[in-house]
Design a protein around this ligand. Sequence first.
Ligand SMILES: Cc1cc2nc3c(=O)[nH]c(=O)nc-3n(C[C@H](O)[C@H](O)[C@H](O)COP(=O)(O)OP(=O)(O)OC[C@H]3O[C@@H](n4cnc5c(N)ncnc54)[C@H](O)[C@@H]3O)c2cc1C
Length: 323
Amino acid sequence: MQWGRPVGEHEAVAKKVSFIAATTYALEAVVELSSQLADDKRNDIRIEAALAKLYCSEMGSRIVDELVQIRGGRGYETAESLAARGERGVPAEQMVRDMRINRIFEGSSEIMRLFIAREAVDAHLSAAGDLIEPGVAAGERARAAAKASGFYAKWLPTLVTGQGQRPGAYGEFGPLAEYLRYVERASRKLARATFYGMARWQGRLERKQGFLGRIVDIGAELFAISATCVRAQYDATSGTERGPVALELATVFCAQARRRAEELFAQLWANTDAKDSALARHVLEGRHTWLEEGILDPSIPGPWIAVAEPGPSKAANVHRHIG
Ligand SMILES: Cc1cc2nc3c(=O)[nH]c(=O)nc-3n(C[C@H](O)[C@H](O)[C@H](O)COP(=O)(O)OP(=O)(O)OC[C@H]3O[C@@H](n4cnc5c(N)ncnc54)[C@H](O)[C@@H]3O)c2cc1C
């Protein structure tokens, strides 16, 4: 309770509660759909499995981070500390530490994005790989151009229109149909964006990790929306107590995921990637080590005291190690 109301009723916290509930439902849907595809033993599930690993690790981390925030100081406290004070021992901070490793091991998120992106551009590399390869002889390049033209003459028209533009398409999904129409439209837009990226950067595309990462993250959001709609439709017709309530979770998740995907689309072409790479290079060259001045060395145990020292323009607080 804060300011006379449960914290979950304050809008800033309500948004987090909504995100946690809706996303938890979606992550289960992603894992179940991917697992069913695997159990079928008929499908190439490399992309779905990798997306499930990447997306659930990233979103799961955000969920537990928000959990700690909602629980405030109690979220930061260990379960033992809470229990010792007579409170319920919720191990929220432990969940953050335990979830954190999922973004690193069994393929770090950065490597997962590269792996998935490689699969996504595979068709382009087979069609136009020789064309974008530097140092290819003129004759070979001409043959590669003819091959690529044949591929793109057939492929590009398939990206112009689709079911997502037909009002009423996917009607069997009821109120979720609009999100499946969005997925269909956005998938074609994503394929076009990948093609533009190939055309723009050619062989250098593989080093454009910011662009490729966003392509993959958009794909993950679209996959999660699809899985969530399928799961919600199943739950709705299952006759269980989930039926009537699952739709609310699915609708909110789809709306949130669509917004994230739209932001990522915008960032494909408007971002700070080049500036970030330049700054990182300068940091690695040592140009900004002066930023480290005055920072405490965490390897030196305390005690520390805060003292006021005159700075260039005003008195600066400096921490001094004593002892
Ligand atoms: C607690 C724990 C348990 C583990 N258990 C196991 C286990 O049971 N079995 C096992 O096989 N391994 C295990 N590991 C190892 C784990 O799989 C690796 O730590 C993980 O794959 C990351 O590799 P790395 O630590 O060498 O990081 P690095 O490869 O050095 O990566 C460091 C950072 O650079 C990024 N990076 C690396 N290469 C690129 C690139 N080309 N482009 C962009 N970014 C890049 C990474 O994403 C990461 O952010 C465990 C690790 C930990 C911490």
